[in-house]
Every structure is written in C-alpha cells, then in structure tokens.
Design a protein around this ligand. Structure first.
Ligand code: GZL
Length: 307
C-alpha cells in the first residue's frame, strides 16, 4: 500500500512520543475517508507519532504493513482487518515482538484472544437488525411478496457477514419479505452500480434494495434511474453508514432509511493506545455511539453533519 511513514522516533527512545503503526483497509468509500481523517486528526491532537499505511483493500498489503511496523519497533499497532480470517500468523509475530495490537472498525475470527488487546468499533449485527426491523414495520400490511435485493459488502469482511446476519434474522418476522438476489458490491459505488444493473435485468419485480453501505446504494441509484424506476418510491432503499452523500440522498427522498455506522473513532482509539502503551487494563470491546435516520431526521441532521 501507500505508506507515509513520516519522521518521528522509532520507539527506541528516538523521542518520547508514542509511535503508532496503523494499517488502514483502503480508500474504498466515503466512510473510509472519514475514518482515515478521524484517525490522522486524533493522532496529531493526542501527540502520537502516526505511521499510516493504505492497503488498497488487499490483505497481503496489510500483513506487509504490520510486518513493517514490527521491523520499525513501533510502540503499538492498530488496524482495521479487510477480512475476518488469515491474521493469526502475523498477529503472533507482533505478540512475539512484544508489540500490543488494537483492532479497529472490523474484527478478526482468531480463536486466540491474546493476539490483540481490544476492539473498538460498531455492532454490525445490530446495524443489520435495525435495518430489517424498520422494513418489517414498513411492510406489515403487505398482502403479497415483497422482493428484496441485497448488495453485500466486501466478501469475508465482518461488516458484510454481520449486517447480513442481523438483517436476515430481523426480516424473518414477516414471511412476505424475500431476499430474491444477494451479491457483493465490495463497498464501492462502482460495485453497487454494476451489481444493481444485473439485479434489474434478472428480476422483473424488485421492491426493496438493502445495501450494506451508502456508497453501494449511491452507485445503485444510477442503475435504478437508468432503468426508468424512481429510487425511494418504486424501490425502497435501505443503507448503512450515514455519510454526508448518503444523508443527502435520504433527505432528497432517494433513500428511505439509513442505519448509522460512525467512522469517528479516532479520539477513543488514541485513548486506548495510551492506556495499552502504559500497560493499563482496557475493556475487551469498546463500542461506538450510533443511531438511525429516516428522511425527516436526515433533513434535520444534515446541516451539522461532520462527515
Ligand atoms: C464499517 C466499515 C465499512 C463501511 C463501508 O465499519 O468497515 O467499510 O460500512 C466501508 O463504507 O467501506
């Protein structure tokens, strides 16, 4: 990936600043950009020397970056794992090098919980569940089948796995609700547009789109309007994140509901970095604050939306 390793001590007393190595997933969505900004701003504000790497959504680049941080003897490593599995070896190397690791945003499926100190991020199952519960409420008077198409996030990623789980469990409450097609759009606008074009060709009756993030929903809007359908009316659209562009689409009536997933975990992360570096106890899991938005709520929230 692209590393701006910058100056700063190597953690061997070069200077007294804590040196944090951060491996970021990539720059695939508006959410990711806001998350990166939060981490960089919070590190600067906390006086932490940040070495930042963008893995361009490739696990092998994240593993390389973590090995790099170990070589540089950083004080703490933090990262958002692009997918859940395949981390045990490199996390063991960090543990053997006595460098504590903090998981942010996405989690890993490692059975060995000693491989990281804590996780800070959202409850993705809850985000999926809240999305499904809203749809159940909206369609309780439906007399026939309600056909749903699903744009999944990056295959194998915690948000994709967990949002699908929460949504699917919630919509079981209404047997009229059926997922007729489900495919990954990799969390990108381009992916959302391409897959939605296929969904529209293969499914004559689509009533609802559930997209695992705003960016895929925004890409899907182009495909829906190109097919001569009105987003937000002919097709009800539910997404997750609540980044500014998604909230604008919601306020404009093109989306119908968004479950928020806050990217602004920078300050909480830097507090955890300081505690972990000082050898203090930290909770196993720190959850970010988030809510949900209807069209009316988006109109009210937009003027002060930070990201
Ligand atoms: C969720 C985060 C996801 C966002 C997407 O915490 O991992 O990745 O929902 C982003 O927008 O690409």
């Amino acid at each position: 990936g692209n590393s701006d390793t910058g100056g700063g001590g190597s953690g061997d007393g070069g200077n007294d600043k804590i040196v944090l190595g951060f491996s970021q997933v990539g720059a695939e969505s508006g959410w990711r950009t806001a998350n990166t900004n939060s981490i960089k701003e919070s590190a600067a504000a906390a006086g932490i020397d940040l070495k930042f790497d963008d893995a361009q959504q490739k696990q092998e680049n994240q593993i390389k970056a973590i090995r790099n941080f170990i070589q540089q003897k950083v004080d703490v490593i933090a990262f958002s794992p692009v997918v859940e599995s395949g981390w045990d070896t490199v996390l063991k190397e960090a543990k053997d090098a006595d460098i504590p690791v903090i998981l942010t945003d996405r989690s890993v499926d490692s059975a060995d919980k000693s491989l990281y100190k804590t996780f800070i991020g959202s409850d993705f199952v809850k985000e999926g569940r809240l999305s499904g519960e809203w749809l159940v409420e909206q369609t309780k008077s439906a007399t026939g089948p309600v056909n749903i198409v699903e744009l999944q996030g990056t295959t194998g990623s915690a948000p994709a796995n967990d949002r699908k789980k929460g949504f699917t469990e919630a919509i079981a409450a209404n047997p009229n609700l059926k997922i007729v097609a489900s495919q990954s759009g990799d969390f990108t606008r381009a992916g959302g547009k391409q897959v939605m074009e296929q969904f529209l060709k293969a499914n004559p009756k689509i009533d609802v789109l559930f997209a695992h993030n705003d960016d895929m929903g925004l890409g899907a809007l182009e495909a829906i309007t190109a097919a001569g359908k009105q987003p937000g009316k002919d097709i009800t659209i539910i997404t997750i994140d609540a980044v500014k562009d998604g909230m604008q689409a919601l306020a404009d009536g093109k989306f119908n509901f968004i479950a928020e997933c806050s990217p602004l975990l920078g300050d909480q992360l830097m507090e955890l970095v300081k505690k972990v570096h000082a050898g203090e106890e930290v909770p196993a899991r720190v959850e970010t604050e988030e809510t949900t938005f209807t069209q009316e709520q988006a109109k009210a929230a937009l003027p002060t939306r930070k990201y």
